[in-house]
Ligand binder design. Sequence first.
Ligand code: FES
Ligand code: FE
Length: 421
Amino acid sequence: MTIATDSAPRVDYSRLIQPERVHGSLYTDPAVFADELERIWYGGWVFVGHASEVPLPNDYVRKNIGPQDIIMTRDREGEVHLLVNRCAHRGNLVCDEPAGNSSSFRCPYHGWTYRNTGELQGYPYKKGYGSQGKLDLRLASVARVGIYRGFVFGSFNPDVVPLEEHLGAAAGEIDRLARLSPAGEVELDAGWLRHRTRANWKLLAENETDGYHPQFVHGSIFAVTGSTIGPLYSDASTAVTRALGNGHSENDLRPEFRKFAEPMRWFGTTEDRVPDYVAKMRALHGEAAEQIMIEGGPHVMIFPNLFIAEIQVFNIQPISANECVQYSTAVQLRGAPELNKRMLSQSIGSVGPAGMLLADDTEMYERNQRGVEQLRPEWLDIRRGVERETHDENGFLIGGATDETAMRAFWRHYLSLMEAK
Ligand code: FES
Ligand code: FE
């Protein structure tokens, strides 16, 4: 696969992306999407899946990097590989199953077989290739694979920056999620729901840390469930929106949870409902357990496609300028069966096929896409909270709970990628 990250952009991004507004064509123009594939989806780090999805030697699972069909495998030595699902003979798909366990893949077209490391194992009727010896062909590997606490990222760009550099401060948010497990480990092995969405992927990425919409879009679910989430996203909230660098952002709800100082409130429950978990956390962390259980999990968008929403993880993958797939799964914490059961059922209720939360967001995404396809007034306004933005003690830009600080940071990073030489 050729990665032409050095080709000149065909679009004048500095005109379309301004500090307080962005142009509607960024969500609709196929030329923009082509540049994004090159510079973001194939040129940078993309979240692919989790190592816990392939726990055993020879396990594999089908994944995506943008429109690319990827097989995530674990070889017999335990190493995780990302292979492109395309036969090196004449391009057929070599893997059909969504997941399985196999040390090799056999292309159905002419029977070529590949190891789960990508190496060509064999092909029928060798004499037809004359005296050439074993053919010098294999399944393409994604050039770089990086794993952070089991979260598997891939990049087609062999010269991409180290994964730790790309994650930067966002790595600390993954740590915060893992810290909720009595074993210190997250597992994303509950299966992924697949939501095909008629909207540009950026509408989803921007929405993940938009604290302005929940009271309006999710008002009905908050009312029906008696949820305490609504007030976290209001102008009276002490929560902050934080730009973490490299386009990553979070809604930091900890100031609100600290105010109440009730362990497990972040999860909408109380200690007595999950006694085994609380006991394990206390035994492990001593006095520090209190704070960990008060502060809960992160609400963080890791550029360009990994969204951790406390108890769910989303993986956004674009198909075209106006279509993407959002995969969602429940967070599972190793050593916390009590919590895992609840996280699974809450996830089904919120982002499952009949879930009440994601359906509302998706309706907004698709309406938004139809809206931005209208030609006027051309621009989307992202100035909310610009005058009350400040820096926190670590130098990160922060805004109020309902401010568009995260969107502005997303677009600054996006612009830097699109303009990079
Ligand atoms: Fe795969 Fe021919 S295309 S074996
Ligand atoms: Fe929402």
